[in-house]
Design a protein around this ligand. Sequence first.
Ligand SMILES: [Zn+2]
Length: 169
Amino acid sequence: MIRPIVRYGDPLLHRRAEPVAEITSDVQALIDDMIQTMYAAPGIGLAAPQVGVPLRLFVVDLSLGHRADDLIVMVNPEFVVREGMQLEEEGCLSVPGFNSTVARPLRAVLRGWDREGTEHVREGSGLLARAFQHEMDHLDGRLFVDRLRGIKRDHIVRKVQKLRRTGRW
Ligand SMILES: [Zn+2]
């Protein structure tokens, strides 16, 4: 089932998510819905708070569903390693129509559970490291906009506020 994606300004996006206590059939159904929602958007990553569920869980697929091996499900992920720095343009399904250059680690290693509850250590560099950090930020209630400074941030916040006022957000 495709779930609606909540947008910047929704309180669920701006608070820290809770750990998943146990991988129940409800959690697996949520994971399946998130994968479907990510592919439908389409996007390369989606965190549970983006579908209004405050749990520490995200899905990433750089291939947009074209290569089965590329799908990564991370439940209760934690950073093992973060190193280096990259500056690239970035967007977010919860902030549609906006993107900006964001500093991210060049390499990131995460530990977390998959859909069946098996623990994995996943290593990402470049775009995958960026996606990992972006989704981890969602679990802590942080969006890429929150990592911007000064006029870049003000520009997006003001435009979003205007869209909200006119019911277009
Ligand atoms: Zn996002």
